[in-house]
Design a protein around this ligand. Structure first.
Ligand code: CDM
Ligand code: ATP
Length: 288
């Protein structure tokens, strides 16, 4: 039995169903237009109260010190801005590949913010948690808000949308990609003319593409071969700056059939798309 007051919550993955890079800001960050959607698949966090005000994290992630872990950074920021005397013991069950373009670290941070807001009875509004989250990463606000969204700016200006919710097969081609290295590549296309949200939605899946894809293909041949292979089976794309790619399928049986065919050298999973984050569903089920 979990300890009284303990919260076990999902930190779902996101997909970028399309991603355009429309410019570069003075601070080096890129202006994007993107469609975010969640997957019913991700990490799990368990948050237990601690009376002594300490934050402890049970998670060993290769290459990430505890102090750099976005979960600890999110928890400490929340403590600092609210002045709460509460602490927490946090356990992470990591399923999402790091540097995968699925936003795993950002989602962990958002689940920490919403979970501790509930555990510590802080009652901060989502808008405050989203701006706090943006300090931790460009992808955190969409996970805080919890709606599939048209994202602009660096992904923090969000308009909720309802996208098609097919099944996806997500393939990790076994290479880690640093987001900064893709955004820093000289050959990256950064001048896609801005479009309206209505036009992006009207164009539909057949018109959606990811501007990072040509650069990632050139820098990471294994991603290129995974995209080529998957593309012969179903419409396929890169998410974020990779390394994960995803194929869109109408039915779960189609996803199962495709999964059975994936070459052993690549990791893969299937999951349905969600327009509402599984995190928000879980918090609603446990109304305070
Ligand atoms: C590519 C996306 O996954 C699309 O959803 C996100 O924009 C990336 O978001 P993220 O992983 O939360 O990125 P951050 O941790 O904020 O940034 C990592 C690094 O990527 C670069 N970066 C990131 C986002 C952005 N819009 N422009 C950038 O140039 C910056 O060099 C930054 O130092
Ligand atoms: N809890 C965490 N989980 C994963 N990565 C973390 C975490 N805390 C810090 N990091 C760091 O953040 C980096 C990016 O992690 P993340 O899993 O969000 O990558 P990503 O899926 O490529 O994200 P994005 O789609 O936002 O680019 C990792 O390589 C790691 O160094």
């Amino acid at each position: 039995m979990p300890e009284a007051g303990t919260l076990t919550l999902p930190a779902p993955a996101k997909l970028n169903r399309m991603l355009h890079i429309t410019g570069r800001r003075d601070d080096g960050y890129h202006a994007l237009q993107t469609l975010f959607q969640f997957l019913d698949h991700g990490d799990t966090l368990t948050l237990a109260p601690r009376a002594d005000g300490e934050i402890r994290l049970d998670a060993t992630l290769p290459g990430v010190t505890s102090d750099d872990n976005l979960i600890l950074r999110a928890a400490r920021r929340l403590q600092a801005i609210t002045g709460t005397h509460h602490g927490a013991h946090i356990t992470l069950d990591k399923r999402l590949p790091m540097g995968g373009g699925l936003g795993g670290g950002s989602s962990d941070a958002a689940t920490t913010l919403l979970g501790l807001n509930r555990l510590w009875k802080l009652d901060l509004p989502l808008a405050s948690l989203a701006s706090l989250g943006l300090e931790l990463g460009a992808d955190v606000p969409v996970f805080v808000r919890g709606h599939a969204a048209w994202g602009e700016g660096i992904g923090e200006r969000l308009t909720p949308v309802a996208l098609d919710t097919p099944w996806f097969v997500v393939v990790h081609p076994g290479v880690g990609i640093s987001t900064a290295s893709v955004f820093g590549a000289p050959e990256l296309t950064r001048d896609t003319p801005p479009i309206t949200m209505a036009r992006a939605l009207q164009g539909g899946v057949a018109s959606w593409r990811n501007d990072c894809e040509p650069t990632v293909r050139a820098l990471y041949p294994e991603v290129a071969s995974a995209l080529d292979w998957l593309g012969t089976r179903a419409p396929s794309m890169l998410t974020g700056t990779g390394a994960c790619i995803f194929a869109r399928l109408e039915r779960e049986e189609d996803a199962d059939a495709l999964l059975a065919e994936i070459p052993e050298r690549w990791q893969a999973f299937k999951a349905p798309g969600r327009n509402r984050s599984p995190l928000h569903d879980a918090l609603d089920r446990r109304a305070p």
